[in-house]
Design a protein around this ligand. Structure first.
Ligand code: CAO
Length: 273
């Protein structure tokens, strides 16, 4: 008799301490075959196609300390609010895209035309009970951070229930994959064609980071010939993949610098929204 199929844990329940299964009592367990169908089959097709496009990956780290503080304050003042980091990141991406419309574009299958998309329909990779799905939040450029949070919660609930609609799953123009919600520092994401850019966000981790300028409030250590001041910061990696046929590294770097500025100065993000 084949062993029961384990359904993947829902992302919100995945904690850093995994549940380790006890050692099996039987000496051998039979192999099990499973046909690849449904969403998994769709993933075979989309990923294989995407892998024919020359990608490059660009990585940076963003200091999320101020945003972590801001979200903590918000949650303290509004006990019922469900807001993760993603709504801020999604809004910041949209604000940065306004200056870099080439990253919110589609390329046709023969790579003969670029369509600069008018709406920022930002796709969010979701680890749903059916597997990897990427629903998108429509017209992010017009939404407030709270509206984005509500929409994200709606999509997450539908994903959990296996009820995402075709409308939710189509029309994306740019994508984010928050693998850090589960764990991990870096991931090389694969494009979701015909989009031209996608980012994998790592887990926000507290790290000792040297200060750029001397800051009397921070801790310090000294060695024989070197003085260094440092702080404990909440750092997040961002790994971008882009379609290298139409996007160059400099464009990606400029966009990422702008996003970094907005996330590291969240008041700027709030003023602009
Ligand atoms: N670093 C640290 N903490 C994070 C985090 C990160 N990068 N991302 C989320 N968290 C925190 C949230 O703030 C939340 O904490 P609180 O309970 O204190 O509010 C908790 O982790 C759970 O977050 P969440 O998963 O409910 O919410 P989210 O909006 O950040 O992400 C979703 C939603 C659907 C994108 C996510 O659950 C998910 O499925 N991620 C996996 C994506 C994936 O599989 N990518 C790979 C694609 S390629 O195979």
């Amino acid at each position: 008799k084949p062993p029961p199929t384990a359904s993947p844990p829902s992302p919100a329940t995945v904690k850093s301490t995994p549940t380790i299964k006890p050692r099996p009592t039987t000496t051998t367990v039979a192999d099990r075959n499973e046909p690849i169908k449904g969403i998994k089959k769709a993933m075979v097709k989309t990923m294989t196609q995407a892998n024919t496009v020359p990608h490059f990956t660009y990585c940076d780290e963003y200091d999320m300390s101020q945003l972590v503080k801001l979200r903590k304050q918000l949650k303290k003042q509004n006990k019922d609010i469900k807001i993760s980091y993603l709504p801020f990141i999604i809004k910041a991406c949209s604000q940065a895209l306004l200056n870099h419309p080439i990253l919110n574009a589609h390329v046709d299958s023969k790579c003969e035309n670029i369509t600069y998309k008018g709406s920022h329909n930002i796709g969010i990779a979701m680890d749903t009970k059916d597997g990897l799905l990427v629903p998108n939040i429509k017209n992010v450029q017009q939404l407030s951070i709270t509206q984005i949070a509500n929409e994200l919660n709606r999509l997450q609930q539908l994903g959990k229930a296996g009820k995402l609609s075709t409308d939710d799953l189509t029309g994306g123009t740019f994508s984010l994959s928050n693998i850090g919600a589960i764990g991990g520092t870096y991931a090389v994401p694969i494009l979701l064609l015909p989009e031209v850019a996608i980012c994998a966000l790592g887990k926000i981790v507290r790290r000792i980071v040297p200060d750029e300028e001397d800051d009397e409030s921070s801790s310090s250590s000294s060695s024989d010939d070197e003085y260094c001041s440092y702080s404990v910061r909440s750092m997040m990696s961002a790994s971008w993949s882009a379609d290298h046929r139409v996007i160059d590294g400099a464009t990606m770097a400029r966009f990422s610098n702008e996003l970094k500025y907005l996330l590291e100065n969240p008041l700027q993000l709030l003023i602009n929204q």
